[in-house]
Design a protein around this ligand. Structure first.
Ligand code: SAH
Ligand code: ZN
Ligand code: ZN
Ligand code: ZN
Ligand code: ZN
Length: 456
């Protein structure tokens, strides 16, 4: 993993800033102050109360890009009605009839690269063809390109049966695309800088329309914000078309290590094995000297059942009949795990002590009961970031779990550290997959999210 990826990953793991968004009826009243980029977000530390936090820009975490900051205590919670923008698209009066052909400006424009949060990475030709193919395969008729400008230009040029609309924070697109296909937009707070009616007209359709939202947010974006916006757009679509709660298909392009964050927000999302490559980013591509040994870490997350996608038209992918899904050629099916296990293009190996497949270069730590990186491993630090295989909460491992004490009380057990399942004493599995779990835990699963209760 490159240093930059490491920093990004650490930022994910250590981020303890909590956030609070405006309620979805945001149109009704102004709940948070606004900056130049629409309603702000309330940030506060885990140890703080929300009223001790501060309001800051939803899109820019870098003060150079947006200076706005206001202590929460200063905001008087004015209950004024929030107005939808009446500003019109700069080309409102020059809208060409129909769609004239334009050369994709992302091929020639200077990609924004102010910081990790705002860098623009454009899809390579394979990724574009793959995404367009999947849309065709799924019978999609309308695509909302949320922060995917190059995909927008690709679809409008190559897929005449698909209508597409670009929502992007980069206002330069307004000089290439008219109001019927572009709105200056902030996906972190679902804020439309221009009159949003042309977009509503786009969403309003016949019942035969199949709408998909394709988004590739900057990797520094908080997943809560994106998920919230995706939900808001679905509600808007459902309301405009007067249909009951109906999901929209989503393609959310993001690094694989954000898996747990996306799952937490949207349990219905699954990760496809397809590797997304970019043209202007050596770390996220499979060509060039600096390219990563295992290919791009960027994946497609989707609520479309994975067996409905087809990766086999692309080089390097195959169909696994045991999993009944398409996967990278390099993955191998593990019969012990019962699935194809690889997350980042590396061939995983099954560790009997972990009772799962692990990265090939990992070594097993008896103390931590897990395989982990060889270098810089500090047991206490590592354990403080793990999810316990007994109680399911983060911050400790099984041998330090409160529940274990109680389990021991109910059943005297010789717990040879790390060598056996702490619940039943057998050696061929770990606590996650123990058949006796239900003796100790009341487990319920709702929409992919598990609640574990100790029966005590
Ligand atoms: N791979 C995509 C581009 C992804 S780069 C493609 O080739 O089409 C991220 C895009 O999101 C950029 O176009 C950037 O301008 C846009 N963006 C960044 N922050 C945003 C925000 N808060 N709201 C909407 N769009 C944003
Ligand atoms: Zn395995
Ligand atoms: Zn192991
Ligand atoms: Zn350890
Ligand atoms: Zn625990």
């Amino acid at each position: 993993m490159t240093d930059k990826n490491k920093t990004l990953k650490n930022a994910y793991q250590k981020e303890k800033l909590l956030i609070q968004l405006e309620e979805d009826d945001a149109e009704a009243t102004e709940q948070h102050p606004s900056c130049a980029h629409g309603p702000t977000i309330l940030f506060y530390r885990q140890s703080q109360k929300p009223q001790d936090g501060y309001y800051a820009c939803s899109a820019h975490r870098d003060a150079k890009l947006c200076k706005f900051q206001m202590p929460a205590s200063k905001w008087k919670g004015e209950s004024i009605k929030r107005e939808l923008s009446k500003r019109t698209h700069p080309l409102i009066n020059q809208e060409r009839i129909g769609r004239s052909k334009i050369v994709d400006p992302t091929l020639s424009m200077q990609a924004l690269e102010q910081d990790a949060v705002n860098a623009q990475y454009f899809f390579d030709a394979n990724a574009l063809a793959f995404l367009a193919e999947q849309c065709q395969l799924l019978g999609i008729t309308k695509v909302v390109c949320m922060g995917t400008p190059r995909l927008h230009f690709h679809l409008r040029d190559k897929c005449k049966n698909i209508q597409t609309f670009l929502l992007d924070l980069d206002e330069r697109f307004a000089s290439h695309l008219g109001p019927k296909e572009f709105c200056h937009y902030n996906m972190c707070n679902n804020h439309f800088f221009y009159d949003r009616r042309p977009f509503e007209d786009f969403l309003r359709g016949s019942i035969t329309d199949r709408v998909l939202i394709a988004t590739d947010p900057p990797f520094g974006c908080r997943t809560e914000l994106i998920a919230h916006t995706l939900h808001s757009l679905r509600r808007l679509h459902n309301r405009l078309n007067q249909i009951p709660w109906t999901p929209l298909s989503i393609f959310w392009i993001y690094p694989y290590f954000a898996y747990n964050y996306i799952k937490q927000q949207m349990p219905e999302m699954e990760m496809s094995d397809y590797l997304i490559n970019y043209t202007n980013h050596s770390r996220y591509t499979n060509v060039g000297d600096e390219s990563r040994a295992y290919g791009s870490p960027v994946r497609l997350f989707t609520n479309v059942p994975l067996d409905q996608l087809n990766l086999t038209t692309r080089e390097g992918y195959k169909f696994c009949p045991k999993c009944e899904k398409h996967t990278a050629q390099t993955t191998t099916h593990c019969d012990l795990c019962g699935k194809c296990s690889s997350q980042n293009g590396q061939i995983y190996r099954h560790c009997l002590s972990c009772d799962m497949c692990v990265k090939p270069n990992y070594v097993h730590c008896q103390n931590c009961r897990r395989c982990t990186q060889r270098e810089g491993h500090i047991c206490s630090l590592y354990q403080s970031m793990q999810i316990c295989w007994l109680c399911g909460s983060r911050g400790h491992i099984e041998s330090n779990c409160r529940v274990l004490e109680k389990v021991k009380k109910t059943k005297a057990m010789s717990t040879q550290r790390g060598q056996c399942c702490l619940l039943c004493g057998r050696k061929d599995h770990r606590e996650r997959r123990c058949k006796q779990r239900n003796k100790y835990f009341n487990e319920t699963e709702f929409m992919g999210q598990k609640t574990i209760e100790f029966r005590g």
